[in-house]
Ligand binder design. Structure first.
Ligand code: KIV
Ligand code: ZN
Length: 399
């Protein structure tokens, strides 16, 4: 499949990808169990967390942020047991305070992700701290984590609304203190892809640490900004399954992974064929329904109803699908839906699949009934189709 996909990519994109859009290095940091769990009205219990983490681990997700260990005993136990069971890197969140960092270290995670607000609005009205106080606790926290021998990620929270001079000062000093990763959070989702690209380029010129990005979806740019981050030199993006998370959520795991794999030729090493299964699991455990039109994992992502589209797809699925991404690649199935917009092609195909041998006139009459029924906002199921076939007198195929 890879060779076939490569060939398709060449056909589709020859000459259109310029060197600035190349991505060579791309890792996935999943925060479903941390930022995802911060979705309003959502919480995961111990078993939910273990089950989701196990699938993320089996799929080869590079980092699993298992939670916020200082939050409660139950959270600590879940993070500790995920850290023990996982084969991939595990991470725990900690504010820049000693008890958070100690709890994260004690949980046994490989990486501690510590963060502090750096924008003036958050420093004044959320943290009630000065820039210098925030900077001092950030540096001290990074040093503490590194002294304990853990991998350290530092986040200047609200980076995209932080004054550039102060952001650079914080990044330089925390990098100097030994941070392995500098994460750039677009905490309130205000970055645009172009601006985020420029910011990551600036960050890159002020640190030798690896760069990670954390993008929120308040304006619907989270996944686009994650990709911009990679294009500008970030090595890792924080994502959540189905894009769940604070407010409008985070960059979606499935969108970022599939864009990297299908549009940028990056082999993430992740088993993408389990994406649909993972999405359904998180949908059930989070109690946040996936919209039908959600890219990759929505019920309509590989469904076709309109006559022109369905007829094209029956002949060659590349006509009205991306081509470089197929339902099989994400463990989903293509569906031809019957309704108001259905054409004779789909009706014939479905009747033949169900064992009928319709004439052209019969196909036309069944199609008319399907459209009429669908126009009344009614779902045309297979049993409805068979009822129409019988009313019209379509013969069953002889053995
Ligand atoms: O959105 C944010 O800034 C966060 C931080 C903890 C990285 O979730
Ligand atoms: Zn966040």
């Amino acid at each position: 499949t890879r060779a076939r996909r490569d060939l398709r990519r060449i056909e589709f994109f020859q000459g259109t990808l310029d060197s600035t859009s190349e991505i060579t290095d791309a890792r996935i940091f999943d925060t479903t169990l941390r930022d995802g769990e911060q979705s309003p009205r959502t919480s995961f219990n111990y078993e939910d967390k273990r089950e989701i983490a196990a699938v993320l681990d089996e799929m080869g997700t590079h980092v699993i942020e298992a939670g916020f260990p200082v939050n409660s005993d139950a959270e600590f136990e879940a993070v500790r047991d995920i850290a023990e069971a996982s084969h991939v890197t595990t991470c725990g969140l900690a504010r820049v305070v000693e008890k958070d960092i100690e709890a994260a270290l004690d949980s046994g995670v490989d990486m501690v992700h510590t963060f502090v607000s750096t924008s003036d609005v958050q420093l004044q009205d959320s943290m009630h701290a000065t820039r210098q106080e925030a900077l001092a606790s950030a540096v001290e926290s990074v040093e503490r984590i590194k002294e304990a021998g853990a991998e350290c990620m530092f986040s200047p929270m609200d980076a995209t609304r932080t004054s550039e001079d102060f952001l650079i000062e914080v990044i330089e000093e925390t990098s100097e203190a030994g941070a392995d990763w500098i994460n750039i959070p677009d905490t309130c989702g205000v970055a645009t892809p172009r601006r985020f690209y420029d910011l990551i380029e600036i960050v890159d010129s002020h640190t030798d640490a690896f760069i990670d990005v954390h993008t929120h979806d308040d304006f619907g740019f989270a996944s686009a900004n994650a990709i911009s981050g990679f294009e500008a030199g970030a090595s890792q993006s924080q994502v959540s399954v189905n894009g769940i998370g604070e407010r409008a959520g985070n960059a979606a795991y499935e969108e970022v992974v599939m864009a990297l794999e299908s549009l940028y030729d990056v082999n993430t090493g992740i088993d993408t064929t389990r994406i649909t299964e993972l999405s359904r699991l998180v949908e059930e455990k989070s109690d946040i329904p996936v919209p039908a039109n959600k890219p990759i994992v929505g019920r309509n992502a590989f469904s076709h109803e309109s006559g022109i589209h369905a007829a094209g797809v029956i002949e060659n699925s590349d006509t009205f699908e991306p081509g470089v991404m197929t339902p099989e690649m994400v463990g989903a199935e293509r569906e031809l839906v019957l309704g108001k917009h259905t054409g004779a092609h789909s009706v014939r195909e479905r009747l033949v699949d169900a064992g009928y041998a319709p004439t052209d006139a019969e196909v036309r009459e069944v199609t008319r009934r399907v459209k009429e029924f669908g126009a009344e906002k009614q779902q045309v199921t297979m049993s409805e189709l068979e009822r129409f076939a019988q009313e019209v007198g379509v013969d069953e195929e002889s053995e």
